[in-house]
Design a protein around this ligand. Structure first.
Ligand code: GLP
Length: 233
C-alpha cells in the first residue's frame, strides 16, 4: 500500500483528483465510485474540472435496501446530486435497493462489474474498517451480496435520516472480492474517527474482522489520509 499523508480533506481530495485525471489520460474508462462524506470534495473537483466523462462508465459500491433512486437518502440520489447531474457519464450503475428479488439484483450486479472492469476504485472506510458495506466478518471471497448493517454503521449513517429507525438495516453491496477485481484502488480517510480503522488496515493482521485489510493483497492501492486519520500509523 502506498500511503500519502496530506494536511486535510481539501488537499487530499485534490490529490485523489490528480490520480484519477492521470488514470483517465492513460486510458481509464470505468470508475468505481463511493458515497458518504469522504468523497464529496473529490466530486466537487471532478465537477470543476474540464474533464469530459460522457464516454465513461461508473459503477457504485452499494445501495440501501428499500430505498429507490427518488429517495433523498438513497445512494443513487446522492450520486446524481453530487456528481452525475453536473457531469454526465455514458452510463452509471448503482445497485437497485428497491428490487423485488434482491438476490437476483446482487448476482446481476456482479455481472455488471465483470462486464465493465473497474480501472480505478474510489473508497472511503467505516469506523469498523468496512469498505462498501462489507461489515466485519464478511468473507474475503464475497461478491455482490445482500448485507445486514451493523449497529455501528447504522449509527454513523443516521445523520442523513430524521431518526435512527428510518435508517435501512440492509444494503446491497459489492463484495470484497468484487472490489479486489479493480485495477487500482484509492482509499481516502479524513479525521480522527478513522485513525483506528486506518491503522488496522495498514499495519494490522489480515483478517475478515477488518474488512479493509484485504487490500494488503491488492497490487495497486493508494491510501490518502489527513493528519488525524494517519495519527495511529
Ligand atoms: C458507508 C458507505 C461507505 C463509506 C462509509 C464511510 O457505510 N457504504 O462506502 O465509505 O459509509 O462514510 P463517510 O465517508 O461518510 O465517513
Amino acid at each position: 500500500m502506498k500511503i500519502i499523508r496530506v494536511k486535510d480533506k481539501a488537499e487530499g481530495s485534490k490529490k485523489a483528483f490528480e490520480l484519477i485525471k492521470a488514470a483517465i489520460e492513460n486510458g481509464a474508462t470505468t470508475l468505481g465510485l463511493a458515497t458518504g462524506s469522504t468523497p464529496e470534495d473529490l466530486y466537487k473537483e471532478m465537477i470543476a474540472s474540464d474533464i469530459d466523462f460522457s464516454q465513461m462508465t461508473s459503477i457504485n459500491l452499494d445501495e440501501y435496501v428499500g430505498l429507490d433512486g427518488s429517495s433523498p437518502q438513497s445512494y443513487r440520489y446522492f450520486m446524481n446530486k453530487h456528481l452525475f447531474d453536473a457531469k454526465p457519464f455514458k452510463q452509471t450503475f448503482v445497485p437497485n435497493g428497491a428490487a423485488a428479488d434482491l438476490e437476483k439484483e446482487a448476482a446481476d450486479y456482479e455481472e455488471i462489474v465483470d462486464r465493465h472492469p473497474i480501472d480505478i476504485q474510489i473508497l472511503g472506510i467505516g469506523h469498523n474498517a468496512h469498505i462498501g458495506f462489507n461489515e466485519p466478518g464478511t468473507h474475503f471471497e464475497a461478491t455482490t451480496h445482500v448485507v445486514d448493517l451493523t449497529e455501528s454503521t447504522i449509527n454513523a449513517n443516521k445523520i442523513y435520516f430524521d431518526k435512527v429507525e428510518d435508517v435501512p438495516t440492509k444494503a446491497v453491496s459489492m463484495g470484497l472480492a468484487s472490489i479486489m477485481k479493480s485495477k487500482e484502488v484509492i482509499l481516502m480517510a479524513w479525521g480522527e474517527g478513522k485513525a483506528d480503522a486506518i491503522a488496522a488496515m495498514v499495519n494490522g493482521q489480515q483478517t475478515e474482522e477488518v474488512p479493509a485489510s484485504i487490500l494488503q493483497n491488492h497490487a495497486d492501492v493508494v491510501v490518502i489520509v489527513d493528519e488525524a486519520a494517519a495519527s495511529k500509523l
